[in-house]
Ligand binder design. Structure first.
Ligand code: PEP
Length: 256
């Protein structure tokens, strides 16, 4: 039994038109609706935020974005600010996803600016951290996770930390079908909680939700979600289809 409410967040990545997103959202709402006992967040692409947000009106399911620019406004072609997200009733934002680190060269310092800006605008960051296969094989998993976590959280205050959700996503497990073993995942989650304890003290560290991400699906979720420090999942592939996403929510509910 933990005090932390579990979170299941769906990262749709660059998938679904607005119409497809609304159809998926309606299917999820029809089965879960207001009854959810876990926090559920849908993160469609920017082009579907408004219509998915409308489909979520009056429901407990929350709306998340997949990225954000740290500046308030200005000459940043193609970018989206916290204020713009807030105007669409977005409550969460994924930051520092490994695909952004890899394909868009995002650094810890830049991701940190986004985390700070998101919090200043009452958006809850889902800060992604995690090692590549080469880093794991070189024995630097914990050092990388420490650098991502401390780098991403620089300047985040004790008052703000419980609004942050951390997602541990081993890069080698994302979209590959390779899941970290429960022992591998729990080890890193416990390490992150220890880091948070050093930074913010135990009472606050115990309240921060740490999600696992990397090929999580209904078949492997129960085992992962019953680990002491695993408080939910950031779901890619399995969030694109209503049945598997709903089953993941149910698994989180059963593990609560
Ligand atoms: C992700 O990209 O956040 C993710 C966890 O993807 P998948 O579930 O497809 O591995």
């Amino acid at each position: 039994m933990t005090l932390r409410r579990k979170v299941i967040a769906g990262n749709w990545k660059m998938n679904k038109t607005a119409a497809d997103g609304v159809a998926l959202t309606k299917d999820i709402v029809a089965e879960i609706g207001r009854e959810a006992t876990v926090d559920i967040v849908l993160c469609p692409p920017f082009t579907a935020l408004e219509s998915v947000g409308r489909a979520l009106e009056g429901q407990s399911i929350k709306l998340g974005a997949q990225n954000m620019h740290p500046e308030k406004s200005g000459a940043y072609t193609g970018e989206t600010s916290a204020e713009m997200l807030r105007s669409l009733f977005v409550t969460h934002v994924i930051l520092g996803h490994s695909e952004r680190r890899t394909y868009f060269a995002e650094t810890d310092a830049f991701i940190n600016k986004k985390v700070v800006a998101a919090l200043a605008n009452q958006l809850k960051p889902i800060l992604c951290v995690g090692e590549t296969l080469a880093e794991r094989e070189a024995g630097s998993t914990l050092a990388v996770v420490q650098r991502h976590t401390e780098g991403g959280l620089a300047g985040v205050t004790a008052e703000q930390i419980t609004s942050v959700i951390i997602a541990y996503e081993p890069v080698w497990a994302i979209g590959t079908g390779k899941v970290a073993t429960t022992a591998q995942a729990q080890e890193v989650h416990a390490f992150i909680r220890d880091l948070l304890t050093k930074l913010y003290g135990a009472p606050l560290a115990q309240k921060v939700r740490i999600l696992y991400g990397g090929s999580m699906k209904p078949a492997n979720a129960a085992e992962l979600l019953t680990q002491k420090d695993i408080d939910g999942g950031l779901i890619g592939g399995a969030s694109l289809e209503a049945r598997s996403f709903i089953d993941l929510v149910k698994a989180a509910d059963a593990a609560s």
